[in-house]
Design a protein around this ligand. Structure first.
Ligand code: TMP
Ligand code: ASP
Length: 237
């Protein structure tokens, strides 16, 4: 597999073409961004940690029947992935109210939700990734039809049903997370992007200590020590 030109650089990853037109290399960066990239930082080794965490979680989900873009790990901070067309919808799944949900609706931070909430956000930096409903998504042509949106909602819920107990066994509360999906050349919807402490919130089950990117967003402390702890617990038998 030969690494070729850089085809896309996002906030957390770089994507490279390969000599196989169906496959890309996804390289995890050490950069940290928040608040629509107005806040920027960097911690050496963060990319490697996210690559390892995301690979483990994608492998777990794949064993449970979720189709993903991951082909294999290449080295400590890169993965070989299937080329997909990313749907411009961020699927956010929430178990406990925090972050933008508490701000928007005035719910007390840390309130467990009576049921799993799945939300859609329009992936558009210039607009600040606004919350959208199904009709907005269809007007903007972000998905083929209502059935595709229902499928994204179902997949978000299913991923939560797999990950929430997995983390509970490891003394971590899966507070909320964001996932992205892509469509492959045959029209299959695949889980893409990453699942890591950059895109999830993890609270220690006993102390509620934040072990995710909120440490950087809120200036609480280094992220690396926390991400190492998350990886350690994921790898625990
Ligand atoms: P929020 O409370 O800021 O809406 O975030 C909900 C979840 O989605 C949280 O786990 C962080 C994640 N997220 C991202 O991964 N990328 C983003 O751009 C945003 C806004 C949230
Ligand atoms: N939306 C943020 C950014 O633009 C990311 C985040 O807060 O998760 O960097």
């Amino acid at each position: 597999m030969k690494k070729q030109e850089l085809i896309y650089e996002g906030k957390g990853k770089k994507l490279y073409a390969t000599d196989d037109k169906e496959l890309l290399i996804s390289e995890f960066k050490d950069d940290l961004t928040a608040f629509n990239a107005q806040k920027k930082g960097n911690e050496k080794g963060k990319g490697e940690l996210n690559c390892k965490i995301s690979t483990s979680l994608f492998d777990l989900l794949s064993k449970e029947g979720i189709k993903t873009h991951l082909v294999k790990t290449l080295d400590s901070n890169s993965q070989l992935v299937k080329k997909v067309k990313i749907l411009p919808i961020e699927v956010v799944v929430r178990n406990i109210a925090t972050g933008s949900l508490t701000k928007r609706l005035g719910i007390k931070d840390g309130t467990p939700l009576p049921f799993t909430l799945v939300e859609f956000y329009y992936k558009d930096d210039a607009l600040g990734d606004p919350l959208i409903n199904d009709e907005h998504a269809l007007i903007l042509n972000l998905a083929k039809n209502k059935a595709e949106l229902d499928e994204l909602r179902r997949l978000g819920g299913r991923i939560n049903d797999i990950l929430k107990p997995f983390f509970a066994q490891r003394e971590l509360k899966l507070v909320d997370f964001k996932v992205e999906f892509g469509v492959d050349k045959d029209g299959n919807i695949l889980l893409a992007d990453e699942i890591s402490p950059d895109s999830c919130r993890f609270w220690d089950a006993k102390t509620n200590e934040k072990l995710d990117k909120d440490r950087f967003r809120q200036g609480i402390g280094e992220v690396k020590v926390a991400y190492e702890e998350v990886l350690r617990r994921i790898l625990k038998a």
